[in-house]
Write a protein that binds this ligand. Structure first.
Ligand SMILES: Nc1ncnc2c1ncn2[C@@H]1O[C@H](COP(=O)(O)OP(=O)(O)OP(=O)(O)O)[C@@H](O)[C@H]1O
Ligand SMILES: CC(=O)N[C@H]1[C@@H]2OC[C@@H](O2)[C@@H](O)[C@@H]1O[C@H](C)C(=O)O
Length: 370
């Protein structure tokens, strides 16, 4: 039986970039962050990435079975290397996300992981939210609220995650709890790194545009950018969320451009989607704290900073770890689920009522929390 109060939780995230598994320890009671612990990263090999990619959007099916095996094995390897964890938060790998269609689908079996690790595992974080009419994403915002408190923020600010997809969390740290009215507004901004990575792989056999080197040499095609901005997603009132390839049609508009111009244009699309998203914030955030791999792309960061009159900084500027924030988020959320605290609310996913969602699997037994 787990003790009440603060515990060391281990979180794991396999993101939409399909680059690998992040895992990190957090000491938390689900409300306050008391400390950050060890973390690690396990990359997917190119072969594993191909299997995962082939399974995107396809379930049920043989492709999904093969992808699930990879996700399960990678997590078992990574998570068994930690010591001192009392609880695991296991997100799994999203293969499809259609909140207004077939639902959300993360692969990975938390019950099997609990047996393998001999630890309680919280998983299937998104289903309960969707059952109550929510988007099922993003879920990191309740952790971003705790981070805003941890850094001592006194005025509204925003966290921006630039992963495969981008997501923005506007936080008012003056509110008592993350589920309070007006404490959080969150949503996916648009594509971030996924289209850049896909184009780099298709044209150059490289996984991503390292340090924005190719984008830096290119010229943004204004026509393609304008057509992108006409997408109806940008006028939808948040909360709202996206699948990895929701914008595939739009990003195909760069197919006739030469490599550098195409990557520069996709990078500008990612930045401009964020700028559009910021227009939805209740009041302008005092600063933009950027997490996720896109913060390593100086061209993307410069595009944001040039357009904004507030500081745009990687989260390292306030002592957080931008490579691990999502893994830490699922550690924190697991503790919230264990304590019956909400993990989403109307401001983050549009859910009808604040909900604590997830399955808790104990080694030897599995119970549904919400
Ligand atoms: N030095 C760099 N230069 C440019 N881009 C980079 C660099 N380092 C990482 N990236 C980009 O960041 C991506 C990984 O980001 P991240 O790990 O945040 O994604 P994720 O967790 O899979 O995504 P999501 O948040 O959508 O689940 C890489 O695939 C690459 O596109
Ligand atoms: C369905 C799904 O897996 N969505 C991811 C994805 O990657 C970024 C963005 O789209 C965000 O909505 C979410 O991940 C983070 C961890 C979240 O739920 O907050």
């Amino acid at each position: 039986m787990l003790k009440a109060g603060r515990i060391w939780a281990l979180g794991a995230m396999s993101g939409t970039s399909l680059d690998g598994v992040d895992a990190a320890m957090v000491e938390t009671d689900g409300e306050v962050i008391y400390g950050f612990g060890d973390s690690t990263y396990r990359a997917y090999s190119p072969d594993e990435q191909s299997v995962l990619k082939a399974a995107l959007g396809r379930w049920p099916g043989d492709d999904v079975v093969a992808a699930t095996r990879i996700v399960q094995q990678a997590h078992a390897e990574v998570l068994s290397g930690f010591e001192g964890a009392e609880l695991v938060g296991f997100h799994g790998q999203t293969l499809a996300h259609e909140p207004h269609g077939r639902g959300t689908h993360q692969v990975g079996d938390g019950a099997a992981l609990a047996e393998r690790l001999h630890l309680p595992v919280v998983w299937d974080f998104r289903s309960a939210d969707m059952e109550l009419g929510g988007e099922g994403a993003p879920l990191a915002p309740f952790f971003h609220f705790a981070c805003a408190r941890w850094i001592g923020a006194k005025v509204p600010l925003a966290f921006l995650n630039l992963g495969g997809v981008g997501n923005l969390t506007w936080v008012d740290p003056r509110k008592a709890r993350p589920g309070d009215d007006g404490a959080l507004l969150a949503f996916d901004t648009g594509p971030a790194n996924a289209p850049i990575n896909d184009l780099m792989m298709a044209r150059r056999g490289e996984g991503f545009d390292r340090d924005g080197m190719l984008a830096r040499q290119g010229k943004v095609a204004q026509g393609a950018l304008e057509r992108f901005l006409e997408h109806k997603y940008f006028t939808r009132i948040p909360p709202k969320s996206l699948d990895r390839d929701s914008f595939a049609d739009m990003t195909e508009t760069v197919s006739n451009l030469e490599d550098a111009d195409a990557v520069a244009t996709l990078t500008a699309m990612s930045a401009t989607a964020v700028l559009k998203g910021l227009e939805h914030c209740p009041v302008a955030p005092a600063r933009l704290l950027v997490t996720g791999g896109g913060r390593h792309n100086p061209v993307l960061m410069e595009m944001l900073q040039t357009a904004l009159d507030v500081p745009v900084d990687p989260v390292e500027a306030v002592g957080l770890d931008g490579d691990m924030l999502e893994a830490q988020a699922f550690a924190h959320l697991a503790v919230r689920v264990l304590r019956g605290l909400p993990t989403s609310c109307s401001g983050t996913t549009g859910v009808r009522a604040a909900v604590s969602g997830g399955i808790l699997s104990q080694p030897g037994a599995t119970e549904r929390i919400a």
